[in-house]
Design a protein around this ligand. Structure first.
Ligand code: ADP
Length: 633
């Protein structure tokens, strides 16, 4: 018969070719294959369910097409119905494995006759279990094993071995077909092909084994894959000639005479589903096991009989390798898979963990260092506190001792000064009398001696008075009457008082009274004594024709500064610090009469009136003493 077959391949190209020969018998339109045929199973199911309650449904994978498969397997169902009369056995055929699986999932079948890989899937999903394995009859002999054959047209010079398949077009039966694809796929993957690569290369005939052979025979696809014995069967039917084809990756063993390219797997199982009673399963198994080879059902089914279930572990292994069905997420090496899948995440996590650990370690180390430093600091602080406490104690003791000594000294001086002043006044009184007498009687020598006594006596009395004053101030016994005192008035008085003394030393005192009538808050008597002491020293430690300049100025913070500057010899820098201490005199000037108490009294008086005293001096150029007091408001 002559026909035109439109084969849509890869979505990219469309080939129109003519088919002559009986191949057209096996080629059916896509429409029929994809819609009508699968539906036929469902229709049969519906019909069968209305037969009666005793109906036993056998889901069948019709890999030769509905018509052919039914003619092959219906007699087996009838055989069972005959052997087990209380039941009516019905074959429900599906070209598409997926459709068969879907119906099986709905618990529509009692038994299933399908290829090994879909059976293994049903083991997982439905708890199906093989009760028998088919003993297929090929060339008059029984076979319980089968595999895939990879083949090309004999005249295809480009393909001779498995590696030549790379980049070539492949046609297989269907994605879930066992011998018609999965077995060969495992072999190709073992040979180094990737699943992705194969996915791009392969197209499927739509579920019918013979279609694959026909497509290759037509020559528009390079390589075909079908279950073993398919070529031989078609050749026996006169559909093809075996010598027109070339087997790729050919394997051969004595006990398996058919062309094959892969290892062998157990034949189709006859499986019961989980809803099937074991009594029924037992009856079915027994009936099929004892079926004679000459039985019409066996002849129609092209099998010799049935045997106890084969080991389907190789099928499990295949599914694991191909990661299909329940082994979709199976990974033999979980660790390897983990790294393969989560390498980036793993590296990222490791980096984050590393950074985290580093920071933690850094923080811990720093913390430990800080704690150590803190401990050390606390220790030092404790030591320091101890030392300070010790020093403070020493200081307090020393201060107490010094204060006691000072008080003792002041008390002693005070009492002694008082005791000394009385006899001293008597000495001076009598010396004065002697002086008058000597003057009247013109006893010059006696008068001079009396003068000496008077001079020395006065000096001594002055000294005694100074000491008395100092001790009074230090003891805090000095009575102060703080009130506004006119600076101009007070200084003018003192200058007038000391003018004679200055004249005697040929020293000029200049005082330009301040234009402002300034008043300071002081005890008048004490300020007078301060000014007398400073101006007396400025005259005393001056040279002939020297000068003493007194000035008054208003300072910030409502203060008034009184300055006494002289053109005397000045004081060396290293002696400046001692001149305010009692009884301390500048060493190189001890020839000038003095007690070393004047400046000590002065400083004390200034300070008890809350004023300030300071000195600037340069040896050979003169000294400048100044005092600062608060102005009266
Ligand atoms: P005294 O004048 O009685 O020695 P002071 O206490 O008044 O005692 O003075 C202490 C010392 O300071 C003096 O011995 C003197 O050497 C020095 N001194 C004080 N005023 C002046 C000054 N204006 N010029 C130089 N030296 C001075």
């Amino acid at each position: 018969m002559k026909g035109i077959y439109r084969y849509h391949y890869n979505g990219k190209w469309m080939v129109t070719f003519k088919v002559f020969t009986s191949l057209t018998k096996v080629l059916q339109t896509k429409l029929i294959k994809q819609w009508v045929m699968p539906l036929s199973g469902i229709v049969l199911l519906a019909v069968s369910s209305s037969v009666n309650a005793e109906t036993v449904k056998i889901g069948l994978r019709a890999h030769h097409g509905i018509e052919k498969s039914m003619s092959q397997w219906k007699p087996t169902a009838d055989f069972l119905s005959k052997q087990i009369p209380e039941h009516k056995f019905v074959m429900i055929p599906f070209i598409g494995i997926n459709e068969l699986m879907q119906e099986a999932a709905k618990n529509k079948f009692d038994f299933i006759l399908t290829n090994p890989s879909s059976y293994v899937e049903l083991e997982f999903s439905l708890g199906a279990s093989a009760i028998l394995t088919l003993r297929n009859k090929r060339q008059g002999r029984p076979y319980t094993k089968f595999g895939s054959v990879i083949f090309t047209r004999k005249d295809n010079k480009n393909i001779n071995e498995i590696n030549d398949l790379r980049g070539k077009t492949i046609v297989a039966v269907s994605k879930p077909a066992f011998g018609g694809w999965r077995v060969a796929k495992r072999e190709l993957i073992k040979a180094g092909f990737t699943a992705k690569e194969l996915e791009n290369q392969v197209r499927f005939s739509g579920g019918i084994q013979q279609d694959v052979v026909s497509i290759i025979a037509l020559g528009n696809t390079d390589v075909g894959i079908v279950r073993t014995d398919m070529l031989e069967r078609m050749a026996a039917s006169g559909l093809i000639k075996l010598e027109d084809f070339k087997i790729i990756n050919k394997k051969s063993t004595k006990d398996f005479p058919f062309a094959r390219s892969t290892q062998l797997y157990p034949e189709w199982p006859f499986a019961k589903t989980n809803k099937t009673s074991s009594a029924l399963s037992k009856k079915v198994a027994l009936a099929l096991l004892t079926m004679p080879a000459e039985e019409p059902a066996a002849i129609a089914g092209k099998y010799v009989g049935w045997t106890v279930p084969e080991d389907y572990q190789p099928v499990h292994n295949l599914m694991k390798d191909l990661k299909i069905g329940s082994y979709k997420h199976y990974h033999e090496n979980e660790v390897e898979h983990f790294f393969e899948k989560y390498l980036v995440h793993f590296i990222f996590s490791m980096i984050v963990a590393f950074i985290f650990i580093s920071i933690t370690l850094y923080v811990l180390t720093t913390n430990r260092k800080l704690i150590a430093a803190k401990k050390q600091q606390n220790k030092l602080m404790d030591e320091l506190e101890m030392r300070v406490a010790e020093r403070a104690k020493d200081y307090l003791v020393a201060k107490e001792v010094a204060e006691k000594a000072n008080k003792a000294k002041t008390e002693f001086l005070s009492s002694m000064s008082h005791e000394l002043r009385t006899p001293m006044n008597a000495v001076l009184g009598f010396a004065q009398l002697i002086e008058y007498d000597a003057d009247e009687k013109q006893l010059t020598e006696i008068k001079e001696n009396a003068n000496e006594i008077l001079h020395a006596g006065r000096h001594l009395l002055g000294l005694i008075n100074d000491v008395l004053d100092l001790s009074k101030i230090e003891e805090g016994k000095l009575q102060l009457d703080i009130k506004p005192v006119s600076v101009n008035g007070l200084i003018s008085d003192v200058v007038r008082l000391l003018e004679a003394q200055a004249k005697e030393k040929l020293v000029t005192i200049t005082y330009e009274s301040s234009p402002d009538e300034l008043e300071v808050l002081v005890d008048q008597r004490s300020l007078k004594q301060i000014m007398i002491n400073l101006i007396t020293n400025a005259i005393k430690y001056n040279s002939e024709n020297g000068s003493v300049d007194i000035s008054v100025s208003k300072e910030k913070n409502a203060s008034c500064r009184i300055t006494v500057a002289d053109s005397g010899d000045g004081i060396a820098e290293d002696e400046l610090s001692i001149i305010f201490e009692p009884f301390k005199r500048v060493t190189y000037r001890t020839s000038t009469e003095g007690s070393g108490v004047g400046l000590a009294i002065t400083k004390n008086l200034v300070e008890i009136m809350k004023g300030e005293i300071k000195v600037e001096s340069k040896l050979g150029e003169g000294s400048t003493f100044s005092v600062l007091f608060k102005l009266a408001e």
